[in-house]
Design a protein around this ligand. Structure first.
Ligand code: 3HC
Length: 801
């Protein structure tokens, strides 16, 4: 990480920031910038300054790692930077400063540029303030300068939706002063800066501008409407309203007061659980791209240009839509011309829907549809790079298709299936191509849902996995690579989520209450409503698979069968637990209650024949703790590489509320021991459905978080910082941890399910002791990685073991 300065003969100092790959801003960079700007201001040969980001990307913003401070630590580098760096050093600089912006300027990156007196951008540069997606607000003056540069309405839209714009739009809005081709960018910026110095161009301090704010009543009207919208669309995200408050403060009392408000609000938000949860998701999502033994072994991804899709139903047409929108040619195959036409029309309707919602332009839609070819035989399949089978969940049918594909496709063609439950080894049983068979499990609707579950068998080749991962990235999905098992990672983890509500209802709880409670937790729909969407035929087929695979923990409900017998198949025929009418919101259907009663009688599991009495909190826990329990098994069996993959999968695949950080992150905030003891109690009361898994029991007994993967422990040997993080310190009555944050060691105590810092220690002093401790621990089995805090303190005091 460096900040350098070069002064040219023209008297322009070019200050460059470099912190590859994204020039992320941190404390060292802030110090470097202050130093170079100080030098440039002092030097008499410098007339003007140009600020650039090295490596073709101006800056991805402030270092998000700095937001991961332990609770209670209110120090932060960013607030002081807002005044010290952006106002005092850059905006109030005695020499004009021009930002030469290329590639991207996001968050703190754009805020840095907005502090300059002008901005020249390369074409197609992304400009945005995405901080709200992380639970914080722009903290380097963005809430004040963006409204002053582009107007309140556009600024609020850009911040609340966290959607970047391109430099071309930025120029129209006044955020960018000029556009110059990448090669000319620095030269154009130098000239612009000199023109300001020579007073040929205005010297603008954007914090002082008011011309774009409009009248007070107009601005307040806009903010009122934005607040109403934020309350509706982001009810559990405090940062949305906080951001609007900061904007309003600046409008009412001036930009500088606005900055102070922004700073104080930022400090508070950084401590919030929402921020911690969203930051967990940010890093979890990035981690999914790194697959051990796949992405780290030097393979190069193959270019996938032509893909065949077999089946033009909801899934097939959704997948086709995703691919053609990313410039991949699709051959959609159906068994006859009638079904083919239906499939093609479905793709067109998907694209039209995206155009209507402003997600895709007419031009993009036309181009995408030109890449879609309908076929009813395999004659074009020889040329394909990949085929994705998306037919109904019928084992013999899928086996026949794969056997045909092996014959008609070239030997390098990837053979993927979109099955959501069936074992891939069974699907490929009639072929000799197991090395190129892979699961590509999309979530419905496939052109909208962002998750792609990639399933590898023990025979799938790493190249094939890498190629599908790359396709996933190209079509803008978040791919998680998982191992083959019934239901794979996502559906398997969530099958108890669909079953527990059924069990609760048979214990006498009202089904609509269950849905309401789960919605209040943050899911967009309750589990019964979700079952309506999937349909009861699909539910029955999937239920059979789980009953075969996991007979020890299945709840065999009669309700599904009775629903089908009553002619209810959920949304598809308008009748389920809810009444579904086109164009109106589904409403609870009271006529389903006698069916529920009949099922209750048949199952007869209410203790003493009487409905149980449970609180809303217990309902949430009885639905979600079994889900966490299954996630523990998925983790324990190595179906996913790390717990954070399940956080991403739960949010993107199952709509688990993002502000809770994902299933495993949330489970760790609840605490494994609480989850374990509740499940144990319920398993004694209501049976083996609730029986705690071995993994959960182990973690609960050791007081360890669920999200530390078991296989992570041996690799700790090579990284003493990580060792420290993982060293669980057991004392007589509390759980205590050591944690390293920004080079400092914190002793944390578990209080009210949260980890609070109670002591700061010196890392350098502690390090040799920890290494000795680890050397000692490594002589024992993995499970004995425990040592007491008192013992470490003793070593520290005596300097030896
Ligand atoms: C005070 C301020 O107002 C507060 C802020 O500035 S908060 C930060 C605002 N900025 C953002 O939210 C941008 C976050 N980053 C992104 O969205 C994407 O990284 C991007 C669109 C910029 C680039 O995407 P892409 O090219 O796919 O690169 P991506 O793999 O995501 O990132 C590369 C590496 O940089 C890291 N990174 C990206 N942005 C980061 C940030 N702001 N802080 C710390 N690390 C960051 C990623 O974790 C990844 O690290 P890894 O290689 O160790 O996994």
């Amino acid at each position: 990480m460096t900040v350098t300065m070069e002064v040219g003969n023209d008297g322009v100092a070019v200050v460059s920031i470099s912190n590859p790959p994204l020039n992320i801003i941190n404390a060292a960079m802030i110090a470097g910038l202050k130093e170079k700007f100080g030098e440039a201001t002092r030097r008499s040969d410098v007339k003007a300054i140009v600020l650039i980001g090295k490596g073709g990307r101006f800056s991805g913003g402030f270092d998000i790692n700095a937001f991961k401070k332990p609770s209670g630590d209110t120090s932060s580098d960013e607030p002081s930077a807002s005044i010290d760096l952006i106002v005092n050093t850059i905006e109030d600089c005695k020499k004009p400063v021009v930002a030469a912006v290329e590639g991207l300027a996001l968050g703190g990156g754009l805020e840095l540029a907005m502090g300059c007196h002008a901005r020249i951008a390369a074409p197609k540069t992304q400009l945005g303030l995405p901080e709200l997606t992380l639970g914080v607000i722009p903290g380097l003056g963005g809430t004040q300068r963006l409204p002053r540069l582009v107007g309140v309405s556009k600024a609020v839209e850009m911040m609340l939706f966290s959607k970047p714009i391109l430099s071309e739009e930025g120029k129209l809005l006044g955020l960018i002063d000029d556009i110059a081709p990448s090669k000319e960018l620095v030269r154009a910026s130098r000239l612009f800066a000199l023109e300001i110095a020579n007073r040929c161009k205005p010297w603008v301090r954007s914090l002082h501008r008011t011309d774009k704010i409009g009248s007070l009543s107009e601005a307040q009207g806009l903010l009122r409407a934005a607040r109403e919208q934020a309350k509706r669309t982001a009810p559990n995200m405090p940062q949305h309203l906080a951001c609007l408050d900061a904007v309003e403060e600046g409008i009412l009392h001036g930009g500088f007061k606005g900055l102070l408000k922004e700073t104080s609000v930022s400090k508070e938000l950084v401590q919030s659980n929402t921020t911690k949860a969203l930051i967990n998701l940010f890093f979890a999502q990035r981690a999914t791209a790194k697959v051990p033994s796949i992405t780290d072994i030097g393979l190069k991804p193959k270019h996938v240009k032509k893909v065949g899709i077999i089946g033009g139903g909801i899934m097939g047409s959704g997948i086709a839509t995703s691919l053609i929108l990313s410039n991949i040619t699709v051959f959609l195959k159906e068994i006859n011309s009638e079904y083919l036409l239906k499939g093609m029309k479905s793709v067109e309707a998907n694209i039209e829907g995206l155009v209507t919602r402003g997600k895709v332009t007419r031009d993009m839609a036309r181009k995408a549809l030109s890449l879609l070819k309908g076929v009813s035989d395999y004659s074009e399949f020889k040329e394909l790079d990949m085929v994705i089978e998306a037919v109904i969940e019928d084992v013999p049918l899928k086996q026949d298709i794969f056997s045909d594909l092996e014959k008609v496709c070239s030997s390098h063609c990837i053979l993927a299936t979109n099955t959501s439950t069936i074992d891939l080894n069974v699907i490929g049983e009639k072929t000799n191509s197991q090395d190129r068979i892979i699961g590509a499990h999309f979530f419905s609707p496939a052109h909208i849902m962002p998750l792609l579950e990639i399933i590898q068998t023990e025979k799938t080749s790493p190249q094939v996995i890498l190629d599908l991962l790359t396709v996933g990235k190209i079509i803008k999905k978040v791919p998680i690579v998982v191992r083959n098992c019934t239901g794979f990672a996502v559906n398997r983890t969530f099958f108890p989520y669909m079953q527990a509500p059924q069990l609760l209802v048979h214990l006498g709880v009202d089904l609509f209450r269950v849905d309401r409670v789960i919605r209040n937790f943050g899911f967009p729909l309750g589990p019964f409503h979700l079952q309506d969407l999937g349909g009861y035929r699909l539910g029955k087929a999937a239920g059979k698979e789980y009953a075969n695979a996991f007979p020890d923990r299945i709840f065999r409900s009669t309700l599904n069968e009775l629903m089908l017998k009553d002619g209810r198949n959920g949304k598809s025929n308008g009748k389920g637990f809810y009444i579904h009418k086109k164009g109106s919101k589904p409403i609870p259907d009271p006529s389903v209650l006698p069916i529920v009663d009949e099922s209750r009688k048949l199952m007869n599991i209410m203790p003493g024949g009487k409905p149980i009495s449970v609180t809303d909190e217990e309902i949430t826990e009885m639905v979600l703790f079994p889900t966490v329990n299954e996630a523990c098994r998925v983790l324990d069996e190595g179906v996913v590489a790390r717990a954070s993959d399940l956080d991403v999968a739960s949010v993107l695949g199952m709509s688990f509320p993002s502000y809770r950080g994902g299933l495993m992150f949330w489970a760790d905030t609840v605490g494994p021991s609480r989850i374990y003891s509740s499940l144990k109690k319920w398993s004694e009361m209501y049976g083996s459905f609730f029986k705690p898994s071995r993994y959960l029991e182990e973690r609960a007994m050791k007081g360890m978080p669920l999200s530390i993967a078991a296989e992570a422990t041996p690799s700790l040997k090579s990284n003493s910082k990580l060792i420290l993080e993982r060293l669980l310190l057991s004392t007589t009555d509390e759980r205590e941890w050591l944690s390293i944050r920004d080079g400092e060691i914190w002793k944390l105590k578990q209080i009210d399910n949260g980890m609070l810092p109670v002591l700061k220690l010196c890392y350098d002093q502690m390090q040799p002791c920890i290494e000795q401790c680890f050397a000692l621990c490594s002589m024992f089995p993995k499970d004995s990685l425990f040592c007491s805090f008192e013992l470490i303190q003793f070593w520290m005091a005596h300097g030896t073991l």
